[in-house]
Design a protein around this ligand. Structure first.
Ligand code: FAD
Length: 427
């Protein structure tokens, strides 16, 4: 009886869990090489968003509809789309369990489930998102509300938060702050508006080269920066935001600061999805203690389970979590996964590259490109300087590069261009 049930389990040569940036890139690449019906993508979402454009939607520079596609149009044709979420990973048995209870077995699995937005970790949320004055570009449902709130804001205190937790595109919370500050100037309310950026970090940006320029910008534009504070709760009746004051190890000191807000932009704490957190709670060697998929940060192969790979925000790698990182990881993963499937040695290594186009106003971007060791710039000029060309790339080049390059499995990141522009002198 048990044997019969086992034989009925759906089985795929390659199972991709999560059909976002990384999942679609890998599925697009491998679906062409594998026999029909042997690759499936598990993803519960109906829509696929170009998330890096959310900042521009919040600032009124793009429309959400321009960044949205039906997931059915993005999952590559030829791949089986399982339109449900993973509920449990059972890597010891090479299978996952879906939310509807179905078991799906695999020979190889790529985990690409991104991050879960954890507004629930802030007291008063997510309900507070529906109240006047509060918005968040991180949430597809509230990204447009950000621009609407900007349009109805009449001056007062505008607060922009950065959480005490991992977050995708760590630059986005300050990009929306800069675009909003510019909007307040354009609409003539800047002189009656106090702009405050409250961050859990000790400095404005992790990479010193860019932090130096950003510090000049916040000073010149009179944006107050409060460091080592994390949003703890919001009382929407009294319009009060309360922050934990953090110590040098980013732990709450027990002291708090409360600020009145008229406009509050919240960047939520993020975490791995629940199924990975569950694996962590069960001490599965699939993940570390927080639920990040435990992979070799260079080869992206599972440390314990060699038929498991991870790409993107869910991977336990030390890079900044961005779509730009996904593109560079994709180059490594597609080669290493192919090698593993053919019993060959894995010899491609991810260099930790990530990028964050820091939009500082409607015309300029500081194109931060870096890895955990420091800047890793593509172009032969100083990218820490605000640039019009970088803005044009962010606005007009990167969205099509995502839709026609990355998710189609055709964009490996700018490594080759970096070599050309630096005459082969940079890796
Ligand atoms: P995602 O693309 O998020 O995909 C994860 C997928 O997993 C989703 O399709 C989701 O539906 C699916 N999933 C979730 N739960 C389950 C489940 N239980 N089972 C199966 N599937 C599941 N990056 C940049 O490079 N530059 C930028 O300027 C930039 N700006 C950003 C601004 C904002 C406001 C935001 C939100 C992000 C920004 N990013 C930027 C980050 C970038 O979008 C992400 O790093 C990138 O999308 C990560 O790709 P991923 O494949 O890991 O995850």
């Amino acid at each position: 009886m048990k044997l019969t049930a086992r034989l009925l389990i759906e089985h795929y040569k390659l199972l991709v869990v999560g059909g976002g940036a990384g999942g679609c890139a890998i599925a697009s690449k491998f679906v062409k090489a594998l026999p029909k019906g042997s690759l499936a993508v598990v993803d519960p979402a109906k829509f696929h968003y170009y998330q890096p454009g959310f900042t521009l939607v919040g600032g009124g520079l793009m429309k959400k509809q321009d960044l949205t596609k039906n997931q059915s149009d993005v999952i590559p044709s030829g791949a089986v789309w399982i339109n449900d979420g993973v509920n449990k990973f059972v890597p010891g048995k090479n299978l996952i369990v879906l939310n509807d209870g179905r078991e799906i077995a695999y020979d190889f699995v790529v985990i690409a489930t991104g991050l879960e937005l954890r507004y629930d970790l802030i007291e008063g949320f997510p309900k507070a998102l529906d109240t006047p004055g509060i918005s968040s570009i991180y949430h597809p449902q509230y990204v447009e509300k950000t621009y609407k709130e900007l349009q109805t804001f009449k001056g007062g205190t505008a607060i922009f938060t950065f959480p005490n937790a991992p977050i995708k595109c760590a630059g986005a919370p300050q990009k929306i702050c800069y675009l909003s500050e510019e909007y307040f100037r354009e609409t003539g309310i800047r002189d009656k508006t106090k702009v405050i950026y409250v961050t859990s970090l000790p400095k404005i940006f992790g990479v010193e080269k860019y932090a130096k320029e950003l510090n000049k910008i916040v000073q010149a534009r009179n944006i107050a920066v409060y460091n080592r504070q994390a949003l703890k709760k919001v009382d929407t009746d009294s319009k009060t935001a309360t922050f934990d004051i953090l110590d040098e190890n980013s732990q709450p000191t027990g002291k708090e600061q409360s600020l009145q807000y008229d406009f509050l932009h919240v960047a939520p704490p993020c975490s791995p999805i629940e199924a990975l957190r569950k694996a962590a709670a069960e001490k599965s060697p699939l993940t570390d203690e927080k639920g990040w998929v435990k992979v070799d940060p260079k080869t992206l192969q599972g440390v314990e389970y060699k038929n498991v790979f991870a790409i993107g925000d869910c991977a336990g790698t030390p890079n900044a979590k961005t779509a730009a990182a996904v593109a560079s990881q994709f180059k490594t993963l597609r080669r290493n996964l192919d090698a593993a499937m053919n019993n060959k040695t894995l010899n491609n290594e991810y260099d930790g590259y990530a990028s964050c186009p820091l939009v500082i106003d409607k015309k300029h971007v500081i194109l931060a490109e870096f890895n955990p060791q420091g800047p890793l710039e593509t172009f032969p000029w100083d990218q820490s300087k605000p640039s019009r060309l970088s803005y044009l790339m962010k606005r007009y080049l990167m969205p099509p590069l995502y839709w026609h390059g990355l998710v189609k499995g055709r964009w490996n990141g700018p490594g080759t261009y970096r070599k050309i522009f630096h005459l082969g002198m940079k890796k």
